[in-house]
Design a protein around this ligand. Structure first.
Ligand code: NAD
Length: 542
């Protein structure tokens, strides 16, 4: 049924790049080209310095883009992380064996021709594509009607126009971006205006991957949703898209539905996930006031199969580019439909999230006797969550802004996935260059967790990075060498109710043992990319 040979994905971001790479990996007969209007992003995708950090992504890019041979995949979710440290199939196998215990469903990929390409030639690539995925950004509008709530459709509208002008007659158009309900109609109208006599099918195919586990999520999706128009040609287009996914996704997981349901299901899914986080965080505040333990409560309610145990970890609240903007989009939609109660309900999820974050930052200040003057605070984890370099809507940044109001002596930042230079750029952009130490301000960014924590009065753990978990570490005694008499504290948003450290944790911080803060050795430093050979487009340009 599938006559598709050429696939184009517009938008080389966190969704477009990984999704195209997985489609190319699983469909060696397809030629997949990712296009973007941003030449620097495309240059990075062509180089060794990929623009995003995702466990497993490097390897898949090597296979699909460079035609490198020999890699094994295992039917073991969340195991991509182990692949980043290995380079050959045999070492991947033994690494995985030792870490997973058992091997299941091994897929061996031998040497093959490259079938993933990156380009800035948008119109040319569009004109050759049988199917076009739209994966451009759909942020919240910053100005004009609906500012701060409505979805900014500028990029999506521009891309729709470009596709309508250049697309091959009959090409299938797929919305991958998260969009307000009935966006497919807007795209269809654009096509009718530019190509009135040709039928193009517009499908909705929202992406449910989570950053930090994108490759595993793409490899083992819970579901693939395809929304189509209720016509024979709509169903035919949906079947063609389904056949691409069927190369690796079991058929029962590929679900076809009406286009509006598909579009809305993505907004609804993100709203429900965010709501669970705000729900557990609101309970954490009650725990702190009563002495109940939020982790025990999460365990207790998570054992109810009607509730389930996912997304029940109290913390500093959600960040990232999606949850907030998708809830804002949902509330804007509800208000536009004359449903203010619905809008208000979901707005409260965002309010609790903001409140939790500032409550946490204020608690840090209170733990430090209400003053940060002359004190060093170490912030471990700057990205919006673990295993990603994405810092959009990072809770750490918001906390830092609040902490700065109390004039700390130093705020030391470390994240194992974020380049220090990029963090500094963000600080300049969102707080101002004067906040950086090199310009006399208090903020310093480190590429080494030990340096970041050395002589610190408080270590604030902002993300669940495994590196910050409780492992015994030979290095930890060096962490606070000169503070044996003072009381440095760990402020960890995970067990949110317990901000005051126990005696043993204090000992740990004084360097005797390390249950509260380990920083697993190999990941303690931000690893600079190794030097490139001459084929690296970025380095060649330098
Ligand atoms: P992103 O900002 O990382 O990438 C979008 C890319 O689109 C950018 O590189 C940009 O240059 C490019 N672009 C914009 N306009 C263009 C044009 N006219 N022509 C060519 N390229 C253009 O965004 P993202 O995080 O990948 O998100 C993309 C969409 O997927 C959004 O709608 C988002 O809500 C949705 N989504 C994101 C995630 C996530 O975890 N990031 C998960 C699921 C869904």
């Amino acid at each position: 049924r599938c006559e598709i040979r050429n696939v184009c994905c517009v938008g080389a971001g966190y969704v477009g790049g990984p999704t195209a790479a997985m489609i190319a990996l699983q469909n060696p007969h397809l030629r997949v080209t990712v296009v973007d209007r941003d030449p620097s992003r495309i240059r990075q995708w062509k180089s060794k310095h990929l623009p995003i950090h995702e466990p497993g992504l490097q390897h898949i890019i090597r296979i699909t883009r460079d035609g490198s041979k020999a890699l094994s995949f295992f039917n073991e979710p969340a195991r991509f992380d182990s692949f980043d440290s290995v380079s050959s199939a045999s070492s991947a196998t033994s690494e995985c064996e030792s870490q997973c215990g058992e091997l299941r469903d091994e897929i061996y990929i031998s040497s093959r021709s490259p079938n993933l390409f990156f380009s800035t030639e948008v119109s040319k690539t569009l004109s050759q594509a049988d199917i076009v995925f739209i994966a451009v950004n759909t942020p919240t509008k910053k100005r004009g009607m609906g500012a701060g709530r409505a979805t900014d459709m500028t990029a999506l509208e521009a891309v729709s126009r470009e596709i309508a002008i250049h697309a091959k007659p009959g090409a299938i158009i797929v919305e991958k971006s998260t969009v307000p309900c009935r966006t497919a109609e807007m795209i269809q109208n654009t096509f009718k205006a530019h190509r009135p006599n040709i039928n193009f099918e517009i499908l909705s195919n929202p992406e449910f991957l989570a950053e930090g586990s994108a490759m595993t999520d793409l490899l083992y999706p819970d579901r693939v949703i395809i929304g189509c128009s209720p016509t024979p040609s709509g169903h035919h287009a949906a079947a063609s898209l389904a056949s691409i996914y069927a190369s690796w996704v079991p058929r029962p997981k590929i679900i076809t539905m009406n286009t509006w349901s598909s579009e809305l299901s993505k907004l609804a899914a993100n709203a429900m996930l965010a709501q669970r986080i705000s729900s557990i965080n609101s309970i954490s505040a009650i725990c702190e006031a009563t002495g109940a333990d939020i982790d025990e409560i999460a365990q207790s309610i998570g054992l109810d199969p009607r509730i389930g145990d996912k997304f029940l970890k109290a913390g500093v609240g959600f960040g990232g580019s999606c949850f907030k903007k998708d809830i804002l989009s949902l509330t804007y939609l509800a208000e536009g439909l004359g449903l203010p109660e619905v809008a208000e309900y979901w707005t409260q999820v965002l309010n609790v999230n903001d409140w939790q974050r500032s409550r946490f930052a204020r608690k840090v200040v209170r733990c430090m006797n209400g003053t940060l003057v002359g004190k060093k605070l170490s912030i471990l984890g700057y990205a919006f969550k673990k295993n990603t370099s994405d810092t959009r809507e990072s809770p750490a940044l918001e906390c830092i802004k609040i902490l700065l109001e109390d004039a700390p002596g130093e705020i030391a930042i470390f994240d194992p996935c974020c380049e220090p230079a990029k963090i500094k750029e963000e600080i300049k952009r969102w707080i101002g260059s004067a906040a950086l130490r090199e310009l006399g301000g208090p903020i310093e960014v480190y590429n080494d967790a030990y340096q970041a924590c050395s002589n610190s009065h408080a270590v604030v753990i902002m993300t669940e990075c495994d590196e910050f978990r409780n492992y015994p570490s030979s290095k930890s005694p060096k962490l606070f060498p000169s503070r044996k008499t003072e009381r440095p504290i760990v402020v960890d948003p995970r067990p949110f109710a317990r901000l005051e450290p126990t005696e043993s944790e204090l000992l740990a911080l004084h360097g005797y043992l390390s249950p509260a803060l380990d920083i697993k050795d190999p990941l303690l430093r931000f690893e600079e990319e190794p030097a490139c050979d001459d084929s690296c487009a970025m380095c060649a340009e330098k």
